[in-house]
Design a binder for this molecule. Structure first.
Ligand SMILES: Nc1ncnc2c1ncn2[C@@H]1O[C@H](COP(=O)(O)OP(=O)(O)OP(=O)(O)O)[C@@H](O)[C@H]1O
Ligand SMILES: [Mg+2]
Length: 365
């Protein structure tokens, strides 16, 4: 957890925007302000949920709204957050992203009707129980794209979020005394903060606590997404078992050293084995994209708390043989130079919160 808002002095807070990321293992907040066209970082902070849910720091939780709200209230105070104007991310684990191919219609009204009717087939609960959204995707092959006649079908990304999840987040916001204008699936927040490639396909790998989200983004649009049921907590558990230490010590050792060598050989092997399982599954998603779309992924972006792991960028680069970079969402913000190295290091943890805050800022114009 970190906070440094005092270093910026107490400026006018008229248009500060708050981004909130309710992760399974920790809450993150980022407060931004626009000044003469530039985005200024006002404060940021993180608080682990584990201790509020009877598990160690870094492990995943599934907490009720009042406990999350209490933690968030503590975090807002500790991080000196000064605005109530926020947006909140929705965990991808609590949402359903489905890619479907449907008949194309010229009229947007007809297209909408088709999509809504078809959605019923793909969503495992009654449509009345979810909030439904969709995006039409760019043509999947270059040939289709160049063809003069539009294809007979259209690829659509259906996005469904259960009403219970929206209710939970609304409750968290209300009990924390905040005012949220939107909830956004975390993938879209991350894309805003860390994916800049205008055309080239990019694979984002968000290593969270319990799960890893791997998705391909092309021209700013998600074209394939997959959730892998392993994450940072599994690295910690593997380190604990292999080194014969408890979870708290393993978590500490992992954060301190990551892939770097030293006395703890067993730790490095355990870390590598867990990441190889995660990356093997991500590679399958990558191959699936390349097979279906006849284009190669040009860059891999590592994000999420697991993305902070020392030496992970180098390991991933070797594993995938594709250019790999570690997410640096704070690069989009202005901050004092002396804090830069810290922001660069912890950046991947805050990709979602920065992305949400950036969208909130856009609302102010
Ligand atoms: N410096 C670090 N080195 C290695 N792992 C780290 C480091 N910092 C955090 N992590 C790990 O990152 C994981 C948490 O990542 P993150 O904060 O992105 O998860 P989350 O958003 O709470 O979970 P999810 O996205 O799955 O809901 C934890 O397992 C934690 O141990
Ligand atoms: Mg997360």
């Amino acid at each position: 957890m970190s906070f440094f808002s005092d270093m910026f002095g107490k400026k006018s807070q008229a248009h500060s925007a708050l981004g909130i990321d309710v992760g399974s293992s920790s809450l993150k907040v980022v407060q931004l302000r626009k000044e003469r066209g530039a985005v200024v970082l006002e404060t940021y902070g993180e608080l682990a949920l584990g201790p509020y849910g009877g598990v160690e720091v870094g492990q995943a939780t599934d907490l009720p709204a009042d406990v999350i709200a209490k933690t968030l209230t503590d975090l807002l105070r500790e991080a000196n957050v000064t605005t109530k104007d926020c947006g909140v991310s929705i965990p991808s684990a609590r949402s359903l992203l489905t890619f479907v191919t449907l008949p194309r219609r010229d009229s947007p009204e007809e297209q909408k009707t088709i999509i809504e009717l078809e959605a019923r087939k793909y969503i495992p609960v009654p449509v009345s129980e979810v909030q439904l959204d969709w995006f039409t995707l760019p043509p999947s092959t270059a040939a289709e794209e160049e063809s003069a006649t539009p294809p007979a079908t259209v690829d659509v990304l259906l996005v469904a979020v259960h009403n219970n999840e929206i209710q939970l987040l609304n409750e968290v916001v209300r009990q924390s005394g905040l005012a949220a204008t939107f909830f956004e699936i975390e993938i879209f927040s991350t894309i805003r903060s860390v994916v800049d490639e205008p055309v080239k396909p990019v694979m984002v790998i968000d290593v969270g606590a319990a799960s890893t989200k791997a998705y391909v983004v092309e021209r700013g649009v998600v074209v394939l997404s997959h959730s892998i049921p392993h994450g940072g907590q599994d690295v910690t558990r593997a380190v604990a078992t292999s080194s014969g230490i408890d979870i708290a010590h393993a978590e500490h050792a992992k954060k301190e050293k990551g892939f770097s060598d030293g006395e703890g050989e067993a730790r490095v092997t355990a870390t590598e084995t867990t990441f190889s399982i995660i990356f093997e599954e991500a590679k399958r998603v990558l191959f699936q994209f390349e097979h279906e779309h006849h284009r190669s992924v040009s860059v891999i972006v590592l994000t999420g708390g697991g993305g902070v792991t020392k030496g992970l960028g180098e390991y991933a680069q070797k594993f995938f043989s594709i250019e790999t970079r570690v997410a640096d969402p704070f690069a989009k913000t202005q901050a004092p130079a002396f804090i830069r190295p810290v922001l660069k290091e912890i950046g991947p943890e805050f990709s979602v919160a920065v992305g949400v805050a950036l969208r909130k800022l856009e609302e102010f114009g």
